[in-house]
Design a protein around this ligand. Structure first.
Ligand SMILES: C[S@@+](CC[C@H](N)C(=O)[O-])C[C@H]1O[C@@H](n2cnc3c(N)ncnc32)[C@H](O)[C@@H]1O
Length: 221
């Protein structure tokens, strides 16, 4: 499918899939969305802790890179697993302006290495961050009681409804440790019903700029 680089409203770039009219991030602001959905409403619940994170859709690496930067500030030790079946190309990567937009030029090498490092191998970044990229379909995830936090960042229900099904959310529920948390930008009723059906307790939170609401789901015991 034809993909194009576009600039979102906060100045950060994203990739748009023309045929689907779907983007890797919110058109209202890729960085703003990542900061709000995944950092403020996810990562920041675990300050000063050692945690493991599963990302559903490594994509451009924006969430992984922001998590590296924010985790360092919040004194967290992070074991990050990014699952992605269709990695972006080297040409697409060089068009992403996240290092500049996040004022993180000192960590440019980290962002680049996150993309260059091998799949299926754990790589360490700084003292307290490790990344394992898994080239895998979401449908093949079979982790059990492994993660504290899931960033659920699949393409939207409109274009990939099967990725928001009970079958996938059951995998997410099983992959979380007890009291683990899943955050997602989505806020559709059908998504909430699937989450509840597999056992999650779901809260509706204010969404990032341009989106009214989002969900946070917990595996309460
Ligand atoms: C919304 S984008 C993720 C954006 C990413 N979190 C970022 O920060 O750039 C969704 C990602 O899911 C991937 N994807 C789509 N279907 C998939 C599947 N069935 N299994 C694994 N990856 C899939 C796409 O290639 C895309 O990178």
């Amino acid at each position: 499918m034809k993909r194009e680089i576009i600039q979102t409203l906060d100045g950060s770039t994203t990739i748009q899939i023309k045929e689907w009219d779907e983007c890797y991030h919110s058109k209202h602001g890729a960085i703003q969305e990542a900061q709000h959905v995944f950092i403020k409403n996810g990562l920041s619940l675990f300050q000063n802790k050692q945690i493991s994170i599963l990302e559903i859709g490594f994509g451009t690496g924006l969430n992984a890179f922001i998590t590296f930067l924010e985790g360092r500030k919040m004194n967290q030790s992070i074991d990050y697993v990014g699952v992605e079946a269709y990695p972006i190309s080297a040409e697409e990567l060089v068009s992403m302006n996240y290092v500049e937009e996040l004022n993180a030029t000192d960590d440019k090498g980290v962002f680049e290495h996150m993309h260059q490092c091998k799949w299926e191998e754990k790589e360490t970044f700084g003292n307290d961050f490790s990344l394992t990229k898994r080239k895998q379909l979401f449908e093949e995830i079979n982790d059990l009681d492994r993660f504290d936090l899931i960033y659920f960042d699949a393409f939207g229900y409109r274009v990939q409804p099967d990725l928001w099904s009970t079958a996938i959310f059951k995998k997410m529920f099983d992959a979380l440790k007890d009291n683990g948390v899943l955050v997602t930008y989505a806020a559709r009723g059908v998504v909430k019903r699937s989450m509840i059906e597999v056992g999650f307790t779901v809260e509706k939170l204010a969404g990032p700029p341009g989106k009214r609401e989002m969900f946070r789901a917990r595996k309460l015991v």
